[in-house]
Every structure is written in C-alpha cells, then in structure tokens.
Design a protein around this ligand. Structure first.
Ligand SMILES: Cc1cc2nc3c(=O)[nH]c(=O)nc-3n(C[C@H](O)[C@H](O)[C@H](O)COP(=O)(O)OP(=O)(O)OC[C@H]3O[C@@H](n4cnc5c(N)ncnc54)[C@H](O)[C@@H]3O)c2cc1C
Length: 449
C-alpha cells in the first residue's frame, strides 16, 4: 500500500508525490493530519490555528478531496508521527511525503524512519531542488542579495503537469483504521473573504489567472506593492503558496508566460524578486533549523525583548492607542491578512517601540495569518528584530513617515477604524505623540516623529 502524507502541498498540479502515487499499483490513500497541538492554547493563550486560517485549510482540504477522488483523502488530528505509526502497525505502507521545512516536521519524519517506515521524499514548496543549489548551500550567503545574485542564473525550473483524477482510477482505495473528524475552530459563513483567501487549488488557480492575465495587475506591481489597502496592490498569492495550493514553480512559470505575452518589465521582475525572498527564507530555515527560533537567532547577540503584560494585552486587543497600528491589527485579526508594509510596521512597533520579545510577535502572527509560512514568518520577524539575515542588524520604521508615504489619504485607517471619523494625518500624528486627544485611547507610549 502507498500512503501520500500531505502537509503544505494541497494540490494536484506540479505534485511529484502524487505523480509517484499515480505510477504505483494496488492500495492507496492520501492523508492530512492536523497536529492536535495546533488546537490547544499555549501559555500566552495563542492558538496555532486561528479561525481564518482554519477556514482556509478546511476549504483547501474539501477542494482537494473532490479533486483526488477516487483516491480517498483522510483528515485526522493528533500527533502526526504517532498516528502514522498506529496506521502502519495496523496495515504497513510505503510513505510518500514532501521534505521537511521546519525542525518539527523533520522530527516526525525521523521518528517514522526510526520505526522502519519506508519513505519517498520529494520537493514541494521551493523553486529549487537541493541538488541544484549545492554550491550555494555549502556557503550560504548571509544576505538576501548575495543569495539572489547566485541563484537567479540557475533558474531552470521543471514543472510537473497536474495528475488527472483518472490517473488514480487504477488504484484501490485503502481504508483508514483510525477515527477521523476534527473539532475545527468555528468561523462565520457570512464573512466574505478576499477571493485570494478562499482555500483550495481551484480558487487559487482562478485567482492566479485573474491577477496575471485578466486583470493584469502585475503591470503595476512594483509601484503598488507597498500600499496598505485595496484589492490588487500586490499578488495575494501568499496563502496559496503557504498551503501549497499553488506551487512556487508554477507561479514562476506563469509569470514567465505573462512576460512572453506582454513583455518583461520591472514589475514582473519584482514579483519574481519577492518569490526569491521566500526561497531564501526557506533554505535558511532548512540549513539553520532550530537556531532560527532562538531568542538570539542567527547572530548570537543577546536580544533586548522583555515581557510587559500591559503592552502585550493592549496589543492583543488592538488597543495600543496608535491608530495606524491598531488598524493593522484589526485587519490582521479579522481577515487573517495584512500587507507586507503593515506587517513590517507591526513588527517594528512590537519590537522596537514596545520592547517586546520578537518571538512572541512571531507566534502572534502564526495564530492569525492565513498565509502563515514558518520560514517566511520567522525569517521576517528575525530580520526586523536584528537577529536574522539583515546586514543592518534590524529595522526600525518611523510610523509617521511610513503613513505619510503609504497611506496619505488615510484610506486604510478610515476603513479599519471608522469610529475615528474624518481626522487628518496631522491630527493623528499629534495624537500619537501624546499631544492631542482624538476620540481614541491615549497611545501606550508617545512615538517620535
Ligand atoms: C513580520 C512579517 C511576517 C511575515 N510573515 C509571513 C508569512 O507567515 N507568510 C508569508 O507568506 N509571508 C510572510 N511575510 C512576507 C510578506 O509580508 C507576505 O508574503 C506578503 O505580504 C503576502 O502578500 P502577497 O502575496 O500579496 O505578496 P506579494 O507582494 O504579491 O509577493 C508575492 C509573493 O512573494 C513572497 N514574498 C513577498 N514578500 C516576502 C517576504 N518579505 N518574505 C518572504 N516571502 C515574501 C510571498 O510568497 C508572496 O506571496 C511576512 C512579512 C513580515 C514583515
């Protein structure tokens, strides 16, 4: 029997593991295991599976289950290695699964190997295979630009065509000996997510086509990507990439196709540039493993973060008294998404204004972000904290300058904090410095202008 263990590869397209399954004979099934620890609150009351993320995941699994039929997809919850071992003892299988990104996944895979489970690993998340990057990995560049310059010239991607459901018809559906069914976090059906936040390969493929070819919003990507508000300022591909509803290789190949039709320019180049940032963080995590999650990160420098319960609670309620930060937190906590520029500012305020431990901020994002990606999230938090790959040892953003530049009409602010009324940027700025009282709580700390 062949068992395909799915994690962040919830698709049929460009799926080397599924292709392998289709080429096999006999009994087969696919399984997704929701680690039960994702459903338990940690000591700060944070859950690894927030509501918006849970909705995306459920939709993605339902879509995949439809597309995989007649091959069954079982959705279980528990400790992945223990559940798979129970299944294995009941009816031995050969396991097909993608390479680990995080140390937690590597430990599960190791445990299974240790108990004799035969395994085929394939690459699902990254643009490159490890073999293609050997010289780069042997002396991993400390900065993104060092990495980018070396890998850009190596990009010869091979994308595997989708496996048609008919390609699985010769297999016998394997029965799962374990109880299925999960107590998912509840979400409201009435909330309409952004089309890119609808889970699953079908929705993601439609969004990619719409973004690139129908709307051609990539044509202004470099100029608009830093905006805070709107439908098309950036690609919104992150959730699909994080859960593997689209492969990074397929996205790259579709940008190539767009360039072939409409011509390459700085905008199409810049979207690829950002995909290389993702690639950089993925390989960094694979190489550096647990060090990425340590307080001192990759630098070994002692971090300055401390715990301040009052600040932390205000943050969790989106009541820091800094309207722009609270608006960003509201968006994140309501929709599971906010722009890259907002994420940078939220992280900068958390670390450099409130002086909180950057790792707590990263865990907070993990709960809420629908596109949570362990490598990109922890890599970006460490970058801003100055414990990661930033040659400038951290980024502290000046919120006033940021908002003057990226939301001068206060569109984002007015959308997310309607109770503020028609305030001007100057009024908000003086409130943030503690000088003028709007109809809004006082800032936790005055912000320097
Ligand atoms: C503190 C912080 C935490 C973050 N956490 C995550 C996370 O958990 N998951 C995640 O996918 N991205 C994360 N990012 C990166 C980035 O903010 C998001 O990828 C981006 O905002 C998603 O929107 P988009 O798809 O429209 O991006 P676009 O601007 O359209 O970019 C296209 C794709 O490139 C990749 N990308 C873009 N910027 C980055 C970046 N800085 N680092 C890594 N990859 C990037 C993403 O896959 C993205 O979908 C984080 C950034 C910060 C500052």
């Amino acid at each position: 029997m062949q068992l395909l263990w799915l994690r962040n590869d919830l698709r049929l397209d460009d799926h080397r593991g599924l292709r392998r399954l289709a080429e096999s004979q006999g009994a087969a099934a696919a399984v997704f295991i929701l680690p039960s620890c994702w459903l338990q609150p940690d000591c700060e009351g944070l859950h690894r599976l927030g509501v918006a993320k849970a909705r995306y995941l459920q939709q993605a699994l339902a879509d995949l289950s439809r597309r995989l039929a007649p091959c069954p997809l079982y959705v279980l919850s528990g400790d992945p290695a223990e559940l798979l071992l129970q299944w294995y003892r009941h009816s031995p299988f050969s396991l097909i699964t993608h390479e680990a990104q995080a140390p937690e996944e590597a430990a599960w895979i190791e445990q299974l190997r240790h108990h004799g489970v035969a395994m085929t690993l394939f690459s699902a998340q990254t643009l490159f295979e490890a073999e293609q990057l050997q010289p780069v990995l042997a002396a991993f560049p400390a900065s993104f630009s060092g990495f980018r310059k070396q890998v850009e010239s190596r990009l010869a991607l091979s994308v595997t065509p989708p496996v048609a459901a008919t390609g699985l018809e010769h297999l016998t559906p394997a029965l799962c000996p374990l109880p299925t069914g999960i107590d998912w976090p509840q979400y409201s059906e009435s909330e309409q997510p952004h089309p890119a936040q609808v889970g699953g390969e079908s929705a993601a493929t439609g969004w990619l086509r719409h973004y690139l070819f129908e709307r051609q919003a990539i044509a202004h990507y470099k100029a608009s990507r830093n905006q805070l508000h709107g439908h098309y300022y950036a690609s919104r591909l992150s959730a699909a990439l994080a859960w593997g509803c689209l492969s990074a290789r397929r996205v790259w190949q579709q940008i190539d196709a767009y360039e072939h039709q409409h011509g390459a320019d700085e905008h199409s180049y810049w979207l690829k540039f950002e995909l290389l940032w993702r690639e950089y963080f993925h390989w960094s995590l694979r190489l550096h493993g647990r060090r990425v999650f340590a307080a001192q990160g990759l630098t070994g420098r002692a971090p300055s973060g401390r715990h301040h319960p009052g600040y932390w609670q205000a943050w969790c309620r989106a009541q820091t008294g800094w309207p722009m930060i609270d608006a960003g937190l509201r968006e994140l906590m309501t929709t599971g998404f906010c722009s890259n520029r907002l994420r940078q500012n939220l992280a900068s305020c958390f670390i450099h204004e409130l002086g909180l431990d950057w790792r707590l901020g990263a865990r907070f994002f993990e709960q809420y972000l629908v596109d949570f990606d362990v490598a990109s999230n922890w890599g970006n938090w460490a970058y801003i904290a100055g414990t990661g790959h930033d040659p400038r040892h951290g980024r502290r953003f000046n919120p006033h300058r940021q908002w003057r530049q990226y939301d001068p009409q206060l569109e984002h602010l007015h959308y997310w904090l309607p109770e503020l009324g028609p305030v001007s940027l100057a009024q908000v700025e003086s409130h943030q410095q503690g000088r003028e009282l709007l109809n809004y709580p006082a800032p936790l700390l005055p912000l320097e202008s």
